[in-house]
Design a protein around this ligand. Structure first.
Ligand SMILES: Cc1cc2nc3c(=O)[nH]c(=O)nc-3n(C[C@H](O)[C@H](O)[C@H](O)COP(=O)(O)O)c2cc1C
Length: 218
């Protein structure tokens, strides 16, 4: 029997955040440096999958679509992730390159929001990452027509075995529809949970080559 969760019980689920303060004395002038600090802290605190981020895209009918992907690198240039270019997200990105990313590091009572536009990574960058993955993941990427309707799990397993058998002992080749994107940020917001819902929020907006910072009301 499933434990009864009353509507009231759900409505009363909340935590008063009091773990950390993030104020003008903490926030750095450069949001990428700030992200670097917070990301390192998330890793060192053993946040569960700290590089998991929600990626929101825009569908051709202008409605949003969101899913989680893994961050695979970041620098002043942007934030990278890898996927199948023929997937739903890939098709959406080919028509509209505006995206939003959200990191949620609950163990630290933190959220980071990023908005920007994507560009595809180069073949060289795609190869570098593809061939660094475990063999099983490489074969999985070849075998799975991401986001397409399939009639059963069996199809996937059959595809996987077919690819594996075709390879014999050869190295797999990166499929041309598999690769990465870089999100070039235009907005980055850092959110630290505080008591009584008086959270700390700092938003950075890219203005020319510079970042302009504001504190936002929670
Ligand atoms: C923790 C986690 C990590 C994921 N990482 C990736 C990823 O890095 N790349 C990817 O294509 N899908 C990843 N997925 C699967 C996506 O959420 C999604 O199901 C898939 O990309 C298909 O999305 P689409 O149909 O909107 O294109 C991940 C899912 C979870 C829950």
């Amino acid at each position: 029997m499933m434990n009864e969760l009353s509507a009231e019980k759900i409505a009363n689920m909340r935590i008063d955040y009091s773990l950390k303060v993030f104020d003008e004395t903490h926030v750095l002038a450069n949001p990428i440096e700030q992200f670097k600090n917070w990301f390192a802290e998330a890793v060192n605190t053993h946040v569960n999958e700290p590089n998991a981020m929600t990626l929101a895209t825009v569908k051709p009918n202008n409605t949003p679509s969101a899913r989680i992907v893994l961050l695979k690198g970041f620098s002043e240039k942007g934030f990278t992730f890898f996927t199948n270019y023929d997937s739903h997200k890939g098709e959406q990105l080919s028509l509209n390159n505006h995206v939003a990313l959200v990191f949620c590091w609950l163990e630290l009572q933190r959220q980071v929001r990023i908005e920007g536009t994507v560009t595809k990574l180069s073949d060289k960058e795609n190869d570098e990452y593809f061939y660094s993955r475990p063999l099983g993941s490489q074969i999985g990427a070849i075998a799975s027509p991401q986001s397409k309707v399939i009639t059963s799990r069996h199809i996937l397993e059959q595809n996987y075995s077919l690819v594996e058998n075709e390879l014999h002992l050869k190295e797999p080749e990166r499929p041309l529809n598999w690769g990465g994107y870089m999100v070039q940020p235009t907005l980055i917001e850092f959110w630290q949970g505080r008591s009584s819902r008086l959270h700390d929020r700092f938003e950075f907006i890219k203005t020319g080559d510079n970042w302009v910072k504001h504190r936002l009301a929670p």
